[in-house]
Structures are given as structure tokens and as C-alpha cells.
Ligand binder design. Structure first.
Ligand code: UD1
Ligand code: CA
Length: 500
């Protein structure tokens, strides 16, 4: 990468990360970078069967946030090795859903140094392996931003030390490895919490475990690590101090450090830290949506996944939950008390105290309060759904109304259908789900039961309380139980009747 030629304003990339971050810098060329993510540990302090990196953060496995930040630097999954061990298959299956990652098994958890070494075979097979720099990240550090990774890569490639490591100041450094510096503030070594001298305990500069190594040097020197007897582990944290000894003192400083905010490098070891990370991540996402033009009335009770997209001039009322890959177009009012899951919402929709799951709403749809759009629905433009309406696997045509308590399942409704209060599509016969097809302008009277499979032609009507078991021809009105067409008497019939 040639930094000097890249600084033109026209090369300045600006994009928004899903995690709610604006990245306004020149992404470095990722062709010479490979990544190792350590995720083999059980996470004992989580006290859980679920491997630590799969614990949900903002509704998705915490490692997904880290993988996303890495992808946003431009480094592809094919150059990213994930070291798994405890429940390795389970972790591998989950991360593979995000891309073609290199999965490396660490059979015995012999420490962070040993874990990185497990990736050697895979990463030295890559193109440009000899000139590759290796970024090491922790699977339990999901808050790091692509911006910081890019800064680390740029800084490292510019001054080309053996290792660049990120450091930060922690209010409460307990549990982290500490950075030890000499009288001239130069880096000396990292010491783990358990091995600190009493006078070193107050040192606030910590090692968040974000490193970028010259690959060749890394692979040559990992095998020189020695086991720490106390834990019986090989510590990756010993490598920077080894780098200092590798190069004669008069040469360029072989270890470079780069500061970042503590908030970005919080390590998650227990569920208290998981909750702290949740708050940080949640507010980061909310903030970005607000800066993009979304009104969030109450940030304390609004929950938005990192993968949701929301257009400007939409208002989110209190206690609104937006989960998964939702898309919400402009001008909507969502909430209060609304849950959207993997939903696509058109422009100017109103969804009040309701739930919409895995469904699509076109423009100007109004729902609620207290309605439920279950998975597999498509509500066309202008659909109105009032109280206690439930729809499931249904296509509702434009301007149709379902104002009061009712259930429509496995159904296709045409345009301008009126669904009366208490209407039920009896779609399940105990074995199969059967379809109901309702034409345009159909008027369904209150308390109708539509026994599927069933077709109601355009302009058909059902009387209040009818139980409809047979198809209804277009324009025909049916009433009763079971419902029968109302016969419109002809003039001659009327005359005959009079004569009787
Ligand atoms: C590590 C660092 C510490 C740093 C802290 C930052 C070491 C020795 N210590 O400590 O300096 O301040 O992270 O959060 O590196 N892992 C494996 N295989 C192993 C051991 C660990 O894959 O054999 C993985 C874990 O799954 C975890 C990560 O490495 O994702 C860190 O391990 P953890 O045991 O949490 O290290 P810390 O004690 O937090
Ligand atoms: Ca940790």
C-alpha cells in the first residue's frame, strides 16, 4: 500500500458500518493482512454451556460484531482464521453462516500463544504469506470498531515495526495484562494480572489484546514461547518483549503502541461485562440512527439490532424493539411497545403496540394497537389492521381492512376486502394447513368462519355469523350455517307467489 499516493480527498472513503459507526478514512489495502481470532476458550466465568463467543450481544452471537468490523476493513473471510476449541463444531457452524472463514481447531487450550500458533498452517498457505502481517484479535472483545482496526493497520504498515499493539487506560484495570514502560515511556513488556508485583497493580495502561505482527517474525518466534508454570499456558503477551530483544537497540523501535478508548476493547469474561458491552453497543447503534435522521423518543427503552436499516424521519416511540435485519423506510411511526423481527416496513407506516415478524409491509400500512403479523405475510399498500388482528402466511391486498379481532392464516386477500370483526379462516383441519382465497372487494360479515380450502370470488359477501364451507361465486351473498347463497327472487317467481 502506498499511503502517500492515497491521501487525495477523492480517495477518502466514507461509509456507515452496520454497528453504527461512520468510517471516514482511507481503508488500507487488505491484501497483505491476515487475521487470527481466538475463540477456543470455554469462558468459564460465564458459567454457561454455551461457548462464550456465541453469547448474544444485541441479539446476535457476540463474535458476529467482531467479524463484521474485520470485514469492514476489507479483509475477507478467506484470510481470517478463527481458532475454536471448546464446543468447536458449534462455534464453527455459527461463524460459517457469516462467510467462508478458515476454521482452526485448538484441541487443548494451552494459552493464547499456543492458540495463535494453531493458525500457522492455514495462514502460511495464503497468497503473499511471506509479506503478510497478522492481526490478532480476541473473540471475547466484540466492541472494537473497523475504524480502529484500520488505524492500527495504517500505523503499522507506515512505520513497519515487528509488532504494533493497541493499549488503553482502564479506570479499573483489574484482570487485564498491564503495559510496563521504562523511564522514557518506551514499551518494555506486558505482565499478566497474576504475575504483577504489588507496586505494578495500580498501573492503568492495559493490554486489550489487539496486535498486528509481521507474519514471518510471528511464526518464527511463537515456537520460542515458554510455558508459564502457574497456569501451564503459553502467553501471547510474552511476544512483544521478545521483539524488543530481537533487534539491536539502535535500530527502529521494534514495538509500537497505539492508544484507543477503553470502551472499544472491553473484554467479556462474565455476564456483568456482557451487560456492560450490551449498553455500549446499543447506544452506539442508537446514536448512529439519530445522526442519520431517525427520532428516538426514549433511548433508554429502544433496542435496535446492529443490522437494521432505518430511513430518516421515522420516529421510534418508547419501548420499541427492532430485531434482526429489519428495513424501515422513511416517515414511519413505530411504537410505543412494538416488536419488529426481520421485518421490511414501507414508507409512512404506523405500527402501534404490535408485533411484526418476518413479513413485508408496503407503504402507508397501519397496524394496531395489539395486533400480530406472524411470519410469511405481505401487506400491500394502504392495508389497515386495527385491534387484535392476527395474520399468518397471508397476502393482504391493497386497502383491505381488518379492523377488529380476527384471524387470517394461509390466505390470499384481494384489494379492498373488508374483514368483519370475529372473522376466522379455519385453515387447519388437524393434519394440513389449507388455503383461503378471497377476491377483490369481498365483504366478510362479522363472526364469519371461512372453512379452508375455500375460494370467495370478487365482490362476494358473507352474512354475519355464517359458516362458509363451499366456494362462493363472484358477486354472490352467502348466509347461515352452513352458508348458502341468498336466492334473489325473479319477477315471475314473485308473481307466482302472489297467485298462490
Ligand atoms: C488476555 C491477555 C491479557 C489481556 C486480556 C484482554 C494473555 C495471556 N492475556 O487475558 O493480557 O489483558 O486478554 O482481554 O493473552 N483463548 C484460546 N485458547 C487458549 C486460551 C484462550 O482461544 O488456549 C481465547 C479465549 O477463548 C478468549 C481469548 O483467547 O477469547 C482470551 O482468553 P482469556 O482466557 O479470556 O484471556 P484473559 O485472561 O482475558
Ligand atoms: Ca478475556
Amino acid at each position: 500500500m502506498n499511503l502517500t499516493n492515497n491521501t487525495g480527498i477523492e480517495k477518502l472513503h466514507m461509509y456507515i458500518e452496520a454497528s453504527g459507526e461512520i468510517v471516514d478514512h482511507i481503508p488500507p489495502d487488505p491484501a497483505n493482512i491476515a487475521v487470527v481470532i481466538l475463540a477456543a476458550g470455554k469462558g468459564t466465568r460465564m458459567r454457561s454451556k454455551l461457548p462464550k463467543v456465541l453469547h448474544p450481544l444485541l441479539g446476535e452471537p457476540m463474535i458476529y460484531h467482531l467479524l463484521r468490523a474485520v470485514r469492514h476493513t476489507g479483509i475477507p473471510p478467506e484470510r481470517t482464521a478463527i481458532v475454536v476449541g471448546y464446543s468447536g463444531e458449534e462455534v464453527a457452524n455459527v461463524v460459517k453462516k457469516q462467510g467462508n472463514y478458515l476454521i482452526v481447531y485448538q484441541d487443548e487450550q494451552l494459552g493464547t500463544g499456543h492458540a495463535v500458533k494453531c493458525a500457522e498452517n492455514e495462514l502460511t498457505k495464503l497468497e503473499n504469506a511471506d509479506t503478510t502481517h497478522v492481526l490478532v484479535l480476541l473473540g471475547d472483545g466484540p466492541l472494537v470498531k473497523a475504524h480502529t482496526l484500520n488505524r492500527l493497520i495504517q500505523s503499522h504498515l507506515t512505520s513497519n515495526p515487528l509488532v504494533t499493539l493497541v493499549t488503553t487506560e482502564a479506570e479499573n484495570p483489574y484482570g487485564y495484562g498491564r503495559i510496563i514502560r521504562d523511564g522514557k515511556e518506551r514499551f518494555c513488556q506486558i505482565i499478566e494480572e497474576a504475575e504483577l508485583l504489588p507496586q505494578q497493580r495500580n498501573l492503568k495502561e492495559i493490554n486489550p489484546s489487539l496486535y498486528l505482527f509481521q507474519g514471518k517474525w510471528l511464526w518464527e518466534n511463537l515456537r520460542r514461547l515458554e510455558k508459564h508454570p502457574a497456569k501451564g499456558e503459553y502467553y501471547l503477551t510474552d511476544l512483544p518483549a521478545m521483539a524488543l530483544k530481537t533487534i539491536a537497540a539502535d535500530e527502529l523501535h521494534p514495538v509500537q503502541t497505539m492508544k484507543t478508548d477503553f470502551e472499544e476493547v472491553l473484554g467479556i469474561n462474565d455476564r456483568v461485562q456482557l451487560a456492560e458491552a450490551e449498553i455500549i453497543m446499543r447506544h452506539r447503534v442508537l446514536r448512529q440512527h439519530m445522526l442519520n435522521g431517525v427520532t428516538i423518543v426514549d433511548t433508554a427503552s429502544t433496542y435496535i439490532s446492529a443490522t437494521a436499516r432505518i430511513e430518516a424521519d421515522t420516529i421510534l416511540e418508547p419501548n420499541t424493539h427492532i430485531r434482526g435485519k429489519c428495513i424501515i423506510k422513511k416517515g414511519c411511526v413505530i411504537g410505543p411497545n412494538t416488536i419488529l423481527v426481520e421485518a421490511t416496513i414501507g414508507e409512512n407506516c404506523v405500527i402501534n403496540a404490535s408485533m411484526v415478524e418476518n413479513s413485508t409491509l408496503k407503504n402507508n400500512v397501519s397496524i394496531g394497537p395489539f395486533s400480530h403479523v406472524r411470519p410469511g405475510c405481505m401487506l400491500e399498500e394502504g392495508v389497515y389492521m386495527g385491534n387484535f388482528a392476527e395474520v399468518s402466511r397471508a397476502h393482504i391486498g391493497a386497502d383491505s381492512k381488518q379492523s377488529h379481532f380476527s384471524f387470517i392464516g394461509d390466505a390470499t386477500l384481494g384489494k379492498k376486502v373488508n374483514v368483519g370483526a370475529g372473522t376466522i379462516t379455519a385453515n387447519y383441519d388437524g393434519k394440513n394447513k389449507n388455503k383461503t382465497i378471497i377476491g377483490d372487494n369481498v365483504f366478510i360479515g362479522s363472526d364469519s368462519i371461512l372453512r379452508a380450502p375455500l375460494t370467495l370470488g370478487d365482490d362476494a359477501t358473507t352474512g354475519a355469523g355464517s359458516i362458509v364451507t363451499k366456494n362462493v361465486e363472484p358477486g354472490v351473498t352467502v348466509v347461515g350455517m352452513p352458508a348458502r347463497p341468498i336466492r334473489r327472487k325473479s319477477v315471475s317467481e314473485n308473481t307466482e307467489n302472489k297467485e298462490e
